[in-house]
Design a protein around this ligand. Sequence first.
Ligand code: PRE
Length: 379
Amino acid sequence: MKLQLNIQPLNTWLNTNNEPLLISGPCSAETEEQLLTTAHLLASTGKVSVLRAGIWKPRTRPGEFEGIGSVGLEWLNRAKQETGLPTAVEVANAKHVEEALAAGVDILWIGARSTVNPFTVQEIADALQGVDVPVLVKNPVNPDLQLWIGALERINKAGITKLGAIHRGFSSFEKSSFRNEPMWEMAIQLKTLCPELPIINDPSHICGNRELIPYIAQKALDLDMQGLMIESHVDPSVAWTDAKQQVTPAALSELVDRLTVREPESNNEVFVDQLAELRKQIDKIDDLMLQKLGERMSIVQKIGEFKRDNQVTILQVNRWEEIIKKGTAFAKALKLDTGFVEKFLELVHSESIRKQTEIMNAGKAEAGIAAESHSEVKA
Ligand SMILES: O=C(O)C(=O)C[C@]1(C(=O)O)C=C[C@@H](O)C=C1
């Protein structure tokens, strides 16, 4: 089902010159000089559409720098007067909203740690009633699409139609090269549910270090995201927060020059015809794959009935290991990514187990079966 949001297209409320939107500025406003110098350098690149700065910082542990506070709003306003760049800040409660609006901030964003909490989002939404200001909602810290959607709905219900989402990646327990796992599928699902919602990617928070930013920024543009939010600082080495992930305005300019902006569609007739032909071939293969999957499931069903009648367990670890071994070896020979094939086989195997559980428990544990099949579809 599509997500019903009442949204004004991004280019009707922000002048992006038909280029991807670029929001940049320091992670935190530290001093007036730091903010103004960074803002002027950013403006002189001619590539930045919005100046961002953290004024109130939600820090994981107490005792760290928690943002310069309200005085930073005055600096931001000065930067706007001097450079002409509209400004954006993060708000995490009603007081922040009131202060930011009173100080003439142009765009508000809701951070990942606020999006997780419907009480916080509702408080912000209530403070936005009757106000015409653009609001960007970062994804929640945890990969919960419904929480992200819920926050967007709350803000939209408050009458905010200049609405966008920011994809900043998700916390993960597992060790990774990223500070926050991109989990692109979350942003893709959101875009599929609401194609008119602008999604802006935040490579700085996904990467946690500047080296990976170009790769993530390019991938975001190739996934048809409408813009980028990249943190920048006049001298990242002395930044008070997130020093490793900020870039200088000059480095930002170079990074942007190296990005390739591709269009979602092409009018080239040869391309359109060839694409249609290749998609026909894919459709045929998809049909065959599903047909084969259906045939496999009928055999799994038969095995399930056999197992039930002979009191044999569903899980057969040795057989399952054999399937994975055989499958990954074949994947290698076919030059397919073995990780992908393993994931695919795991998905098929868990469906076999779900199906056989249904057979074993027919008429006995229907509530449990329904709950499991629901959660597996969701996962
Ligand atoms: O071989 C079996 O016993 C099956 O039920 C089939 C199957 C499979 O999907 O391939 C399913 C569950 C078992 O753990 C192993 C394999």
